[in-house]
Design a protein around this ligand. Structure first.
Ligand code: ZN
Length: 464
């Protein structure tokens, strides 16, 4: 409900929705940290364990410190060793001059979902301080508020300004994973060099992020996929053609203008083009402009994307008044509110899990509104503490320099409260839990393409 550039977004994919199975819970994930110095003083922080090339890596950010510290977790007798040069944010807490040659050493033991650490700070032979920490995964019991954070990659351009804003955001919140709805149209733009495009995209990605798919009606993308381009209808309404953009056009064209069979080609092409670049997407999707009626959903479901994050409450988009898009959102998502929870929807191609973009994207929502949105969810949780609640916030890559600071301010305020029931995870993480609880099969394998143009269209395809 904020002034915006009328940038619209669609969403596309989410990673694997397979049930986690193991004797012990996976080590990777987000942890809350509580620490105690030998003096008795306590502190808090956050940590994340990610799968590195040579094994697990621990990222730690201690309360009040902007820097994060990252190092491998080395297997040791009865647990792990963590060694980092520097104090990993503990020096000023224990009154040590930062310029000394300090090392942090920690021995970490695993106890179910918890990691227990005993650490010491040393300078040469001297032990400067000792303490202990407990890292606990927050979501071990029902009754959490799960917040996921998404980025819509519009396929328009990759500027240093926006990618730099995303890099700074990642440095500020190194333990927070993002769900990226990537767009293959960067690769199909006239004159695009694939290696340069990939290098730019990778600036904003981190290994533990989720990669999904976003789709807009770019001419270059549809033609690369072998589909004849259509110039309308657009988000702006009858008679308003798409705006040319760097030798391409079609960002504002509703992808629902195409048949299910055509969309399948474009989704399949997008997936394979991104995979070729090393950016394989999982099972999550968001449609451009959030316009994902049934022909769109069936196409992406048939191509193996079973989690759709296109549903959005139209009420956030008052800036779109006077455009056809607002009417579309009000029509498509008439029943969707900021409080609406994920639900399964049957399609002829199988079940789809609809994850709601409950807080829209930062172009349309102020930091105050984002904070209030999540806090209301925490209040609802408090009245029914055994129920999980899912909420969502996000932004566009193409307007990150302008609007990502809103999300940053909101997260700083939310995280400062250290609410034990607020869990930030990817949409895929949420989807895995929901699928496990519902015992719904969301097989991800795409159905085989039939003969050319022979994909049977459901009766309601193109019914709009
Ligand atoms: Zn978009």
């Amino acid at each position: 409900m904020i002034r915006t550039s009328l940038l619209c977004c669609v969403l596309l994919s989410i990673p694997g929705v397979a049930a986690a199975q193991a004797d012990e819970p996976p080590l990777e994930g987000y942890y809350r940290l509580r620490g105690r110095l030998a003096s008795g003083e306590t502190y808090r922080g956050a940590a994340r364990i990610v799968a590195g090339e040579r094994g697990p890596e621990l990222i730690v950010q201690r309360e009040g410190r902007r820097e994060a510290f990252r190092a491998p977790l080395r297997k040791a007798r009865a647990g792990f060793l963590f060694r980092a040069e520097g104090s990993a944010g503990l020096a000023d807490r224990v009154g040590v001059a930062a310029e000394e040659q300090i090392r942090l050493e920690a021995r970490i033991r695993r106890r179910g979902e918890r990691l227990l650490s005993r650490w010491r700070l040393t300078a040469g032979e001297r032990v400067l301080a000792r303490g202990s920490e407990e890292l606990r995964k927050p979501a071990t019991s029902p009754g959490q508020v799960y917040l996921s954070l998404s980025v819509d990659w519009e396929g328009r351009d990759l500027t240093d300004e926006n990618l730099g804003a995303m890099e700074r955001f990642r440095e500020r919140f190194p333990t927070l994973p993002l769900t990226h709805f990537l767009n293959a149209a960067y690769y199909t733009k006239p004159g695009a060099r694939g290696v340069d495009v990939t290098r730019q995209i990778l600036r904003a990605l981190r290994p533990d992020d989720e990669r999904g798919l976003h789709l807009h009606g770019w001419r270059s993308l549809f033609e690369a996929a072998g589909v004849a381009y259509r110039a309308g209808p657009t988000f702006w309404g009858a008679g308003r053609p798409p705006t040319p953009c760097a030798g391409d056009e079609g960002h504002e064209v509703e992808v629902s203008a195409y048949t299910c069979a055509e969309l399948r080609r474009v989704v399949a092409y997008s997936k394979s083009r991104l995979a070729e670049a090393g950016l394989k997407v999982g099972g999550s999707f968001r449609a451009g402009g959030w316009v994902a009626p049934r022909n769109v959903i069936e196409a992406v479901r048939a191509e193996g994307l079973a989690v759709d994050a296109s549903a959005v409450p139209a009420r956030w988009h008052d800036e779109l008044r006077g455009t056809a898009l607002l009417g579309r959102l009000e029509q498509l998502w008439a029943t969707i509110q900021p409080t609406t929870q994920p639900y399964f929807e049957a399609t002829p191609q199988g079940q789809v899990l609809r994850m709601i973009d409950t807080g829209a994207l930062a172009d349309y929502v102020s930091a105050d509104e984002m904070v209030a949105h999540v806090e209301r969810a925490l209040q609802r949780r408090a009245t029914n503490p055994s129920r999980d609640i899912y909420v969502h916030l996000g932004f566009h890559q193409e307007t990150a320099a302008r609007y990502l600071p809103r999300l940053q301010r909101a997260l700083e305020r939310l995280l400062a409260k250290s609410d034990p029931h607020l869990v930030i995870e990817t949409l895929a993480g949420s989807a895995r839990r929901l699928v496990g609880e519902a015992k719904v099969a969301l097989a991800r394998a795409p159905r085989k393409h039939r003969e050319e143009d022979g994909i049977p269209l459901p009766a309601w395809d193109r019914e709009e």
